[in-house]
Design a protein. Structure first.
Length: 463
């Protein structure tokens, strides 16, 4: 069943626990996949929610993503509490209002209008919900990444879509690198967790450019304010981007995307005190902006280091990177022909040559299309595609009459003494008594063999 995949990882569940601990040491959380549709396989002896909670506790995992699930039921949350290991629950379908009481994550299959949509669940939970924007077949990731940055949401950087390579363009890859660096800094406790602000104000009216939209993220004490901006237009937006209230005690402002301090243009009120501050900086077409307001004190070490990193990261304009998407080309690796045999090997039969053999096959992928390079690319094709049809000349050959049988594999084991290093489930359908128990060989073998009725059956449970 699906949980056995984790048990059969190298090192078993202890190996999974060690890898999880290594990822935790690097600040990375670990989510397992959960497939509620896995119902026709071996049962665990307990409900899926109980089994999943126990396995995640045993390995130190942080939660799971529920494939095809519109929401995650309360039973999963209660099962994790029962083993004193609360889990992050992330349904693929995003979740429901009721489930916000226990499921704080979800995928975001969003629409992307010119005016950015608001992550409703994050707004309702006052910053405590984390969506991961997912648009796995997009060739241009600008819409997806801008939506994530505007909403302080996560993003699925997905290229290998179940074996089909939907590559991220150089421009999108560089944008992801920059946005991720800003998200991780401003989402962290060290910076006040601004992207988790309970006072998040999407579509703040402080943004003044027609195609530029901004979210405002104040900290709880009102000392720092972050703005995340996106330019939904194609042209560079120059000049004033934000007009904000000037704090009575003074402030400093920074362009956190370019890593520089800003000089605000301050307008005075009728009492002669600073009333508003206008912040100006360029924002590239289809680009990303970030502004930070702090007190009058000098930036602390963490902020100074972050600004220096962003200054180095953004030296090259985002548009200097190619935005052209290309299908990944495949090359069939040649396999040296086997030495020709004069007569059929044991168990094989001769097939005559076919000078006009119609080779026709199609891929079985559940998603994807030819425009994305789904399936395989044969030498006569310009790109990968799902449907393949070609006339080939096939020379004469010998072919086994049957697939490898349990008797063949038994003979192979007797001759070589082979046994895998990890024997979990290996030959689990064999039993002692036929036709040997422990054959000679360098490796110890389990004292079991296939029953006679299986001698001519294709061998299974070997990989």
């Amino acid at each position: 069943n699906q949980f056995d995949y984790f048990r059969t990882m190298p090192g078993g569940l202890e190996g999974v626990r060690r890898v999880t601990a290594e990822l935790h040491a690097e600040g990375v959380k670990v989510m397992w996949p959960y497939n509620p549709w896995d119902t026709g396989t071996r049962r665990e002896g307990s409900s899926d929610q109980v089994a999943l909670a126990a396995l995640l506790k045993q390995t130190g995992g942080d939660g799971f993503n529920g494939d095809t699930m519109g929401s995650v039921g309360l039973a999963f949350w209660n099962a994790s509490l029962a083993v004193h290991h609360p889990l992050g629950l992330e349904p693929e379908g995003g979740g429901t209002d009721e489930a916000l009481n226990w499921a704080t994550m979800g995928w975001g299959y969003w629409r992307y209008p010119a005016v950015p949509a608001v992550n409703r669940f994050k707004f309702l939970t006052r910053g405590r919900f984390m969506a991961h924007v997912c648009d796995r077949w997009a060739k241009d990731r600008t819409d997806n990444l801008q939506a994530a940055w505007f909403n302080g949401a996560g993003y699925e950087t997905w290229e290998n879509v179940w074996g089909t390579w939907n590559g991220i363009t150089p421009r999108d890859a560089e944008a992801i690198r920059r946005v991720a660096h800003m998200q991780r800094f401003f989402g962290a406790d060290a910076s006040g967790g601004l992207l988790l602000s309970a006072g998040w104000e999407p579509h703040t009216p402080e943004a003044v450019q027609p195609a530029v939209f901004a979210s405002r993220w104040p900290d709880a004490r009102g000392r720092r304010v972050l703005w995340t901006l996106v330019n939904r237009g194609d042209a560079v937006a120059n000049g004033t981007q934000l007009v904000v209230a000037a704090p009575s005690g003074g402030a400093r402002w920074f362009d956190c995307y370019r890593g520089t301090e800003l000089t605000a243009r301050v307008a005075l009120g009728t009492d002669g005190a600073a009333a508003t501050a206008s912040l100006s900086f360029p924002l590239g077409g289809g680009g990303y902006g970030c502004a930070l307001q702090t007190g009058r004190e000098a930036p602390d070490g963490a902020l100074s280091a972050f600004l220096a990193q962003m200054a180095a990261m953004t030296k090259a304009p985002l548009d200097s990177y190619s935005a052209q998407w290309r299908v990944m080309q495949q090359r069939l690796r040649p396999v040296p022909p086997s030495p020709p045999a004069a007569s059929p090997p044991p168990g094989a039969v001769a097939l005559p040559a076919a000078h006009s053999f119609l080779f026709s096959t199609r891929g079985l992928e559940i998603e994807g299309d030819d425009a994305h390079g789904v399936d395989a690319q044969f030498p006569w094709e310009e790109a990968p595609r799902r449907e393949h049809s070609h006339t080939l000349a096939v020379p004469p050959l010998f072919i086994d009459r049957h697939p490898v049988t349990t008797a063949n594999y038994s003979a192979y084991r007797r001759a070589t003494g082979y046994a895998p290093k990890d024997a979990l489930n290996w030959l689990s359908n064999w039993r002692p008594g036929w036709p040997f128990t422990t054959p000679p060989g360098p490796a110890p073998l389990p004292p079991k063999s296939p029953p006679p009725r299986m001698a001519d059956w294709p061998v299974t449970y070997v990989s």
